[in-house]
Write a protein that binds this ligand. Structure first.
Ligand code: GRF
Length: 216
């Protein structure tokens, strides 16, 4: 079985990285993580990678004069590891059109809202302020706009009475950990087709449904 070579970019805890590492550790998963890059030295995800014996590197954005030179350094490392699909997992840097075009259709992100609602930061507070009853997360191909790009899959969770941003974030995160590995499996199985900037998902014999709804 061909295993797609993933490069995962992180900035923090790396719980989505962990979910992907766990998925990649199962024998029939069609991808493997070649390299983890953090832009922060103290990202806990780096420890997770090292425990799993996965190569990691820190490329600090602070060491570069501008965003593009930082991204060129990222690209160099990803290319050296022959990465085929770049996975953003809590990577807290805005990417320039240079990087987005360089990795076009080979760059995915997970965002903690049901896009196109609630782009940007503090998505759980945004959802609570809007009074929505369903919230969730989305995996999408990355385009130059903020949290923009063709949606690969979404998972919905209920908003419960008494929720605050923290309790809602925790519920969404559980859904993220199911959704991201499922979407990357679908991509690496060749079941995601981009047609006019819409993702068509072919049903295989895998476990992917584009909507996981709702988890409790
Ligand atoms: C997740 O909620 C993800 O959707 C967002 O940042 C958070 C990262 O969490 N982009 P982790 O580092 O994967 O634990």
């Amino acid at each position: 079985m061909k295993r797609t070579r993933l490069g995962v970019l992180i900035s923090g805890s790396g719980s989505n990285l962990q979910a992907l590492m766990d998925a990649c550790a199962t024998p029939d998963y069609p991808a493997g993580i070649q390299l983890v890059i953090s832009n922060k030295f103290d990202a806990y995800g780096l420890e997770r990678a090292s425990k799993a014996g996965i190569e990691s590197a820190v490329v600090s954005h602070k060491a570069f004069p501008d965003r593009e030179s930082f991204e060129r350094a990222l690209t160099e490392k990803l290319e050296a590891a022959n990465v085929e699909l770049v996975v953003l997992a809590g990577f807290m840097r805005i990417l320039t059109p240079y990087f987005v075009e360089r990795w076009r259709d080979r760059l995915v992100n997970i965002h903690p809202s049901l896009l196109p609602s609630f782009r940007g930061v503090d998505t759980h507070a945004q959802a609570l302020n809007a009074g929505v009853k369903l919230h969730g997360c989305s995996v999408h191909y990355v385009r130059p706009g903020l949290d923009d790009g063709p949606i690969i899959g979404q998972a919905a969770v209920p908003v419960l009475a008494g929720d605050d941003p923290k309790s809602l974030a925790a519920r969404v995160l559980i859904a993220e950990h199911k959704l991201y590995p499922a979407c990357i499996r679908a991509i690496c199985d060749g079941r995601v087709k981009l047609v006019n900037e819409i993702c068509q998902i072919a049903n295989g014999d895998g476990d992917f449904t584009p909507l996981i709804n709702p988890v409790s």
